[in-house]
Design a protein around this ligand. Structure first.
Ligand SMILES: CC(C)(COP(=O)(O)OP(=O)(O)OC[C@H]1O[C@@H](n2cnc3c(N)ncnc32)[C@H](O)[C@@H]1OP(=O)(O)O)[C@@H](O)C(=O)NCCC(=O)NCCS
Length: 144
């Protein structure tokens, strides 16, 4: 299988949403995952979306966001039929390279504490669990 890893654009929106759905990741189509908001996010120079393709079919996806203080790896998902092949590792590696090029010296990921495969995946890549830190949010709505 000759796979190609490439940066995504808003033209890939439907494929990205489709892969998140197939992978079982929830998303916010009326909030930060709307076509409009993702288009804005993609236009920021410190953000990049990456996908791995087999011909026209996208098998894996992930987002790198640098906020000026930390780099974030977000929304990594792999087609359920293509897991265990190292695709997430390749996406994470590409996100990390992008974030380091932006200047990030700390790279973070938020993972639900029941998501054992993802926890294991990031721990294998060297990420440490910071058990003293909680995730607090202030949302404009429950759709945000
Ligand atoms: C988590 C996920 C992205 C891993 O994708 P993947 O391509 O199968 O992962 P990789 O093949 O790169 O595996 C890397 C490491 O992750 C760990 N891992 C992956 N799947 C695992 C599983 N089901 N159980 C335990 N560990 C797992 C292993 O340590 C693995 O290393 P190994 O193959 O040497 O044992 C994939 O399961 C997925 O898309 N899950 C649904 C979406 C999701 O939860 N995304 C994360 C949001 S934070």
């Amino acid at each position: 299988m000759a796979l190609e890893l490439k940066a995504l654009s808003i033209d890939d929106y439907d494929v990205i949403i489709g892969l998140w759905a197939d992978a079982g990741l929830s998303f916010k189509p009326f909030g930060r995952d709307s076509r409009e908001m993702m288009g804005k996010e993609m236009s920021l120079p410190q953000c990049a979306f990456f996908g791995i393709f087999d011909e026209q079919k996208m098998l894996a996806v992930g987002i790198a966001n640098y906020d000026g203080r930390r780099g974030w790896v977000n929304r990594v998902a792999v087609d359920p039929d293509q897991r265990g092949l190292g695709l997430a590792g390749r996406i994470i590696g590409e996100c990390e390279a992008f974030l380091r090029a932006q200047g990030a010296v700390v790279i973070c990921v938020l993972i639900e504490n029941v998501n054992a495969p993802s926890i294991s995946c990031f721990q294998k890549d060297g990420y440490l669990f910071e058990k003293e830190i909680g995730y607090y949010t202030k949302r404009d709505s429950d759709k945000a």
